[in-house]
Design a binder for this molecule. Structure first.
Ligand SMILES: C[S@@+](CC[C@H](N)C(=O)[O-])C[C@H]1O[C@@H](n2cnc3c(N)ncnc32)[C@H](O)[C@@H]1O
Length: 345
């Protein structure tokens, strides 16, 4: 049996005993409100929004219930998730049910993250992308993380050997956590935190790579991302995007034009890219490349070459919607034309 199932069985047993001592029996309806998933921080369990939100649970003495849950998970504090606000900070709505300290610690891939769970969210869902960043060949690179949050990508990239990361973030609570995390992981000497809107605070002409970790789209910051790149030889943008695998009117809405085409003189797709059996992911690559190419044309006198070098399907974000990452290389023509940097495919 899986660990989660074992844990849930234990939780159900503990809750059954609690009910019994209060003179109740566990019914099927009550069972529906016992969570099937949760997030564990060092000494805190974060329950999903619907956990214990109905059935017998709402008529029990709350402290007794939360103490029972805490004991079952071997933690001291219990909190419950609400829906993430659709504000620009993507702030969570978390309710503390047992305990009042809202700072929590999480270890992931050997790295430590601390955050105020009522102010910033911890996204366990994009673990594959965080792991990819941790293993990225970026030794000595200068990287700009335009949507740094509490450091989900900044910290792994520093661990991977980046020479320097500029971390842009406009949410003061996330910035506070980010600074703590840099310190906890002993990385503060290689990271410059830039507090504010990345379109205003991002550095210009310094980067080998730029991370654009915002979904559903980071397009409003693409011009800033291009400006971050070293003008003499460009670099790679890691573009996060929600992509629908059905071409619908909404999809058309994300980009006003939707391109299905072949490689051209200025756009390429590396032959190694795996599109996970969906031609729509590939079509979307052309939409991204064309948009970036147009932006480069507006910014520079020289033509730039755009190549999608890697594609990641991170996680399902809803019916037929995928959180994807396109690694897009942008190079000035003069850099690509020098023999040592010529395209292989
Ligand atoms: C969804 S979080 C991403 C965190 C992390 N990269 C991840 O994938 O889990 C996006 C972060 O970008 C920040 N953000 C959004 N727009 C921004 C902007 N224009 N300038 C700076 N930060 C911004 C938000 O405050 C939030 O912390």
């Amino acid at each position: 049996m899986k660990m989660v199932a074992i844990k849930r069985q234990g939780l159900e047993k503990d809750l059954g005993s609690l009910l019994e001592s209060a003179g109740f029996a566990l019914t099927e309806k009550d069972r529906k409100y016992i969570p099937k998933k949760w997030d564990i921080f060092s000494d805190l369990v974060l329950l999903p929004a619907d956990a214990f939100s109905g059935g017998i649970w709402i008529s029990l003495e709350p402290i007794a219930l939360w103490k029972c849950v805490a004991k079952s998970f071997h933690v001291d504090r219990v909190a419950r998730q609400g829906r993430i606000r659709s504000d620009a900070f993507r702030s969570p709505r978390v309710e503390m049910l047992l305990g009042s300290n809202t700072w929590a610690k999480k270890k992931e891939n050997g790295l430590i993250y601390e955050l105020n769970i009522t102010k910033s969210m911890f996204s366990s869902g994009n673990i594959t992308e965080k792991t990819r960043m941790l293993n990225l060949d970026c030794e000595g690179d200068v990287i700009v993380d335009l949507f740094a949050g509490i450091g989900y990508f900044t910290i792994p990239l520093l661990k991977a050997g980046a020479a320097k990361v500029y971390a842009c973030e406009w949410n003061p609570y996330a910035v506070e956590a980010l600074r703590r995390n840099l310190k906890l992981n002993r990385m503060e000497d290689r990271c410059e935190v830039l507090f504010g809107d990345n379109r205003q605070v991002a550095p210009v002409g310094v980067a080998d790579r730029v991370v654009l970790g915002l979904i559903p789209s980071s397009e409003m910051s693409w011009p800033a991302a291009i400006k971050c790149l070293k003008t003499s030889h460009g670099g790679v943008l890691h573009v996060h995007m929600n992509v629908e695998t059905l071409k619908t009117d909404q999809q058309q809405h994300v980009f006003s034009t939707y391109h299905t085409e072949q490689s051209s003189d200025y756009f390429y797709i590396a032959s190694s890219v795996d599109w996970k059996n969906s031609p729509l992911f590939r079509d979307f690559a052309f939409t991204i490349m064309r948009r970036l190419h147009d932006m480069c044309n507006e910014m520079f006198l020289e033509r730039w070459l755009i190549t999608v070098v890697h594609f990641e399907r991170v996680k399902s974000y809803g019916p037929k919607v995928w959180h994807c990452v396109y690694d897009v290389e942008l190079r000035p023509l003069s850099y690509r034309n020098s023999s040592s940097n010529r395209l292989i495919n």
